[in-house]
Design a protein around this ligand. Sequence first.
Ligand code: NIG
Ligand code: FE
Length: 409
Amino acid sequence: MRILITNIKKLLHTYTKDNSPLVLKGAAMNQLPSIENAYLIIENDVIHAYGAMGNLNTEQTADKTIDAKQGIVMPAWIDSHTHLVHAATREEEFAMRIAGVSYEEIAAKGGGILNSAAKLQATSEDDLFDKSLARLYAAKNLGTGIIEIKSGYGLSVDAEIKMLRVIKRLQAEKVMPIKATFLGAHAYPVEFKNNHQGYIDMICKKMIPQIAAEGLAEYIDAFCERGFFSVEETSAILECGIAHGLKPKIHANQLHNSGGVQCGVKYNAISVDHLESMDTPEVECLLQSNTMPVLLPGAAFFLAMHYQPARMLIDAGLPVALASDYNPGSCPSFNMNFVTSLACTQMKMTTAEAINACTINAAAALEMSAEYGTITVGKKANLIITKPIDNEALLPYWYGESLVREVIN
Ligand code: NIG
Ligand code: FE
């Protein structure tokens, strides 16, 4: 099947096969090569050719022609960190936080992740699947073309496996490529509050072997944070996951400088995510690694916390990826366009840096940048066609609008 897209106002993120980057770091994050007034040809879901409209061979045939009507065409958003599978919203905690109770205090009183786990344990797999599938389509409507989804609201062998099976069923729907992450180490269940080793044993001896045997996840995550999983506890869990073929991507340095960055780097984590609390040693540590820093400004926004120090990281020469962290507690939004707006307004990233952080670097955070994240011949066609707009700066600028006309993937 050959699709020809014509009348593209601006084709964004264009690279030749030879100069197509796998990741953009530091000053290079500000580059965003593009072609004005362009066409693009897709053949069997792969980018086949592109160029200026003036160079389009008028005898070019296609099974389908899409008139972009002066919209921008660009790689679809890649959301490398979500908790899309969950049972219910938590607006009662939202009200508590407005009244002055902190996210940590709510969690310490058995709310937060434990609240979500109780609700998920009482929800059937089919019900979870239906809710999650509807959210997946809604995320796609906002321009997301690839997504990562974590478990972590099960916190028992059966419920964690249930979540991962839901993710597997979502993958089979082929709405978009999905990567699965096991996050059994999200919080200690009440019955293990004073027996951390007991829960770690359950994760390592029961959950991880079964997940590996059934091929239910590719990555292993842990919430490395004061009041959740210490560096030592996180290390034990990551070591077990790695021994079973899972690759680390961890929650680090959200509420405190938890040592999570150093812990992730020590285990060659593909990414360390959150990073609200960062200092020079953490930046130095990341500079010595291939670990991607993933910033989640939507969580900082919703929890009214300070934002991640994106400028400090980029100016030090690091790459940065952005993701939504979509979840019912700290960020009930999967709107990646709003993430770019937060990145620009609150973290002082440029439009180009924000777009790179949500495309090619986000692909790198999922080990997919050889196939996705730029407009390059031979890469998979996973694209957004926007409504007619003059330039990409309008994406973060119009933070309350969806400028997405169509997602092709
Ligand atoms: O990434 N920080 C840990 N986990 C999620 C939120 C979990 C929740 O509150 O349900 C996050 O923000
Ligand atoms: Fe998260």
